[in-house]
Ligand binder design. Sequence first.
Ligand SMILES: [Fe+2]
Length: 435
Amino acid sequence: MLNHRNRKENPYLQKNYAPVTDLIEESNLEVIGQIPQDLSGLFVRNGPNPMNNPKPAKHHWFSGQGMLHGVRLDSGNALWYRNRPVSANGNSPNTHVISHSGKIYAIVEAGAAPVEIDPELGSLSDAPFQGTLKRGFTAHSKLDAATGELHGICYDFARGYRLQHIVVGKDDRVRQTQIIDLRSRPMVHDCAITENYVLILDLSITFNWFRLARGYFPMAWNDKHQARIGLLNRKNAAAEIKWFDIDPCYIFHPVNAYENTVGNVVFDAMRYQRLFDKDRNGPFTESPPLLTRWQLDLAKGTAHQQQLDDKAAEFPRIHPGLEGQAHRFGYVLGLGPSALTPDFDSIIKYDFTKDRSEVHQFGADKMGAEPVFVPAEQDESEDQGYLLSYVFDRSSNKSSLEIFNAQDLRSGPVAEIKLPQRIPFGFHGSWVPAA
Ligand SMILES: [Fe+2]
């Protein structure tokens, strides 16, 4: 039934999932409230903007040329908003935009190279990392704050290469590429790191030639594939990967992972029971993403799984300096009351130490996006900082950038920066502090 949608039925071409066609640059932005003085830099977010009139029945949310939407803030002022396509040599990564070593890169998984972006959102080149990357990268790298290195689990099945663990040094050069030989071809959207390991997510969605040949998104649910999490030793490339079988599931986004006091790995992530099975157009309709914790017991080789919340949510973020270390707080984007439609109505802040959560509802007609945590300039505690989210308002058909005090989410935004157009729901973004 879901296999043969027409244009009206493909939600990922409708309403605020539809592409924008105008490239706008606006410097007179109306601000309600007060932009924090210590937020000086660029908030930039990537997402698919399918302007090539895709066939609705076959269009998948993850397809479409990348479009960046950015707002430049400076000492309490909003200097500009602009949107620009990602484009270098016909390459248009659409999933994330990160900063590393003073550079900005638009990134995607499954083969396409990152595109370097200038601070005004123009595309520069697709020879990233000083030209040291030989093939594609990943949609999500993980920063080890202690070393300044980026870790990614990368793949490109259509062109015949399997998983790679790529490390980019703080000098912006690839310093390590390790081949991970698997019999299967899992979709690996993200990874996680701990002090000693990289977590490889070899889960229940695998590459499917049949769907590719018929023009569909080529990743599909696979009941025959044993879901498992691998621990790749970061400090000893010769060590065998330790695998932990888990119940069938898919994970796009880890919250974080870390090694606890007895050396076992704690892994928090948004878990789907099933997806990309009947629905070939996108996630969310087959099962809700739910916050789940796995504890990997290295001595026993077992994984213990526990659902931490029954509220559907996605796009988790933490303090950017804590990837791979114990986190107390996490921030996610809550799905609306009908969790099986792609409508996001709230930000949820989790306090994992006190086992409690706090919610901000965006309000009637408003739908948010990934809440990016930005530490305050003088931060004395993990949650001292801000959450930045693009918020779409159905009533005006425009969006705003809302800024929240992460320690007082319930009071609502401290600033709302009105933007000149709507920003389609997209994927991931970053805060790039001013140099
Ligand atoms: Fe993602």
